[in-house]
Design a protein around this ligand. Structure first.
Ligand SMILES: Nc1nc2c(ncn2[C@@H]2O[C@H](COP(=O)(O)OP(=O)(O)OP(=O)(O)O)[C@@H](O)[C@H]2O)c(=O)[nH]1
Ligand SMILES: [Mg+2]
Length: 245
């Protein structure tokens, strides 16, 4: 095994089995599902598949703690599993496994490879115009405030080299919600790691219900201001660099 694919799940019963069956066809990758005790029994489905295939792993958390922290818990476990690279992706087929080889194709030359909707060959398909506009406007806001030269700043489909987490301390995250995705990207860029974007076609969730709400979106926008302020005060990467010294 060279890499681990981390998939956070909450009520993904209708998607998770077919997703795992597609990912498992790819060589040299293990799958780690981080499930927050989904009431719909997603965890039990994964546990059954894990019993049959040692490349499938389940991390169950007793209660719902959010997508961001599920990703972080998964990264930590993947590092313990000695993964050389770690992919994160959603369970709802918005992130299609066929793009995983595209991410892996560049990970030898870059520290972070991002699946990007907003470049030639990429797309943000069949989501409503309002949702699309929200994503685009949020992107403009974040890129401007954090001075990031990344086209798809909110992409949660990405592949990290393990070395990234020697500098970006997973125990030192300020965000608790979905803004962890942004915080990690910001810290990766500030630390001078090499980032590559590759095009992905993002589709609306195949099955199940959406969990996005306006409060979460507003919290994320406020978190961006906080991250910017901490960076200007020289406090954002402080703990991580102390650890490195
Ligand atoms: N472990 C865990 N996973 C979560 C939680 N919330 C969401 N997820 C998973 O994180 C991924 C992204 O969540 P989504 O609900 O698809 O969020 P979204 O893509 O912004 O919105 P929709 O696709 O419109 O629902 C999916 O695989 C979810 O099952 C959570 O609290 N805990
Ligand atoms: Mg989704």
């Amino acid at each position: 095994m060279n890499g681990v694919v981390v998939v956070p799940t909450y009520n993904e019963r209708d998607n998770i089995e077919s997703l795992i069956k597609e990912i498992i066809l790819l060589p040299d990758l293990d799958i780690l599902v981080v499930d927050d005790n989904s009431p719909d029994g997603t965890g039990a489905i994964v546990a059954g598949l894990a019993r049959e295939n040692p490349r499938i792993h389940l991390l169950t958390r007793t209660k719902r703690k959010g997508r961001g922290s599920a990703g972080v818990a998964g990264f930590k476990m993947a590092l313990n599993m000695r993964a050389q690279w770690i992919i994160e992706m959603d369970a709802d087929f918005s992130h299609h496994p066929r793009h995983i080889p595209d991410l892996l194709a560049h990970i030898k030359d870059y520290d972070l490879v991002l699946g990007s909707r907003f470049m030639t060959g990429g797309a943000d398909r069949d989501r409503g115009i309002v949702r699309h506009m929200v994503t685009c406007l949020a992107g403009v806001y974040v890129r401007a405030l954090l001075d990031l030269n990344i086209r798809d700043i909110s992409s949660g489909f990405r592949c990290f080299r393990r070395e990234v987490f020697e500098k970006v301390d997973l125990d030192d995250m300020i965000s608790a919600g979905p803004s962890i995705v942004l915080e990690i990207l910001y810290k990766v860029c500030l630390s001078g790691f090499r980032v590559k974007e590759v095009p992905i076609v993002f589709r609306d969730r195949r099955q199940g219900e959406t969990k996005l709400d306006t409060i979460t979106l507003l919290e994320t926008l406020v978190m961006v201001l906080r991250l910017r302020k901490l960076n200007r005060q020289g406090l954002l990467l402080q703990k991580s660099s102390q650890n490195a010294n």
